[in-house]
Ligand binder design. Structure first.
Ligand SMILES: [Zn+2]
Length: 429
């Protein structure tokens, strides 16, 4: 078999990998690298696909023989895994396969593309060379999976992204028995993310983030703004629950929150309280906050706002500049998120926090746990699967090298059965 590293082998983002067996090719993921865009997700509309490839925003898929591709498998719904679908997928004559939530998110990005929903545990015979099973795994967005593909030349496991959360909030635990079964059957190749492999120990459970939030969201006289990742439905569920305990109504401010949360509600992943309210466009947000100010009713609500990374066009940044509801030293802003450590995000967050502080706002950071496996979680996965070969993915060279160091502790040798790739590299296994 041949593995083509398309994107995500020199950066965190724009994940895309292709595997060729015989004369057929299967693609895993088709993602964006958002921090290469100065003006965020919406900014990409002003560029051509060719320009976005040259800028490193979307993968350069010219290395893939397009006519041989039989399917695109999307592991989960994060934009760094599905965000390039709208630009690239239409050039392939094949279906896109994923779990329910992932496919619902993709549906809004595509026209005339065949979309196939596959539930974890079901096997889908894609072609003579590829039989796909999606294995349920915990991460930080609903319906995340590790893709297992059986081929005549052996099985491929694509673990990009995952964590092992034994106390998820809405989700169920990772299907460990399936992973062990795959290991017993024999795995020819593991392609594995490396986003947090440099951090030791185990990634903390979502139940830890829930406790952090519980401690912060208490009945008092403050105005509460919460900021989290719009697709982190478990986190949003916890925020809604604590809002209820505070006898406040959750109000979602911003477009992406509305999109991800309502999609999850439609599929029954989250049950929203009757009192919930969504306000998507900023002029409406502004009008609503002005009313709250006029009626002095801010203590009736918990405001969940977009913009946890300090994105300039998101609600939180706009409020920080000019809020119709005055920000004071009785306003609390809780970041149920972390800053994704790229220079542009760090700069945006710094600007946002400075602006908030000029109003005397009380800032609470890091009510958060990561959705990515740490070093010992990765070791667990290697031991469960005992793959013949490993390719670390989803990271710059430092992350891939850190994964390689861990794998070498588990008996793998670089160049022999442990392979370091870069974008556009093709490897025969
Ligand atoms: Zn992810």
């Amino acid at each position: 078999m041949e593995v083509i590293a398309v994107g995500g082998y020199e950066e965190v983002g724009r994940n895309m990998t292709a595997v060729r067996v015989d004369n057929e090719v299967l693609i895993f993921d088709m993602g964006l690298c958002l921090d290469k865009l100065q003006d965020g997700e919406e900014g990409q509309e002003s560029y051509t696909t060719k320009q976005l490839i040259a800028m490193g925003v979307i993968p350069d898929d010219s290395v893939i023989p397009k006519k041989d591709v039989v399917a695109i498998v999307c592991s989960h719904g994060h934009l760094d895994h599905i965000g390039a679908v709208d630009r690239l997928a239409s050039t392939y004559q094949c279906p896109i396969i994923g779990t329910q939530y992932t496919i619902e998110l993709i549906r809004s990005m595509t026209k005339n593309q065949e979309l196939v929903t596959l539930n974890p545990g079901e096997v889908h015979d894609i072609s003579p060379n590829f039989a796909l099973e999606l294995v349920h795994v915990t991460h930080s967005i609903p319906h995340s999976t590790i893709a297992a593909v059986r081929t005549p030349e052996g099985s491929i496991v694509y673990a990009n992204d995952f964590k092992f959360d034994n106390y998820p909030i809405l989700d169920t635990k990772t299907d460990y028995s399936k992973l062990k079964k795959l290991g017993k059957e024999g795995v020819k190749l593991l392609i594995c993310e490396s986003v947090r492999v440099q951090e030791g120990g185990k990634s903390a459970s979502e139940s830890v983030a829930r406790e952090l939030l519980k401690d912060l969201m208490v009945p008092d006289e403050s105005t509460y703004f919460l900021a989290s990742f719009s697709s982190h439905i478990e986190r949003i569920h916890s925020i809604c629950e604590f809002a209820k305990k505070m006898e406040r109504k959750p109000v979602f401010l911003g477009r992406s929150l509305k999109f991800y949360v309502l999609t999850a509600a439609k599929l029954g992943i989250i049950t929203l309280p009757d009192t919930v309210r969504f306000i998507d466009r900023y002029p409406k947000v502004s009008k609503f906050l002005a009313q709250v100010s006029e009626n002095d009713t801010s203590r009736e609500y918990v405001f969940l706002a977009t913009g946890n990374q300090g994105e300039p066009n998101a609600v939180l940044s706009r409020i920080a500049i000019d809020s119709p509801l005055p920000l004071t030293n009785n306003t609390k802003v809780v970041f149920a998120s972390e800053t994704i450590p790229t220079p542009i995000n760090i700069a945006h967050r710094e600007i946002l926090e400075r602006r908030l502080r000029t109003h005397g706002v009380r800032i609470y950071k890091d009510a958060h746990v990561s959705g990515h496996a740490r070093r010992e979680d990765h070791r667990d996965l290697i031991r469960m699967l005992q793959p013949e070969n490993i390719i670390p993915s989803h990271g710059e060279i430092e992350k891939l090298a850190a994964y390689a160091e861990l794998a070498s502790e588990e008996g793998y040798d670089v160049g022999k059965n442990l392979h370091l790739m870069h974008n556009s590299k093709v490897l025969e296994i």
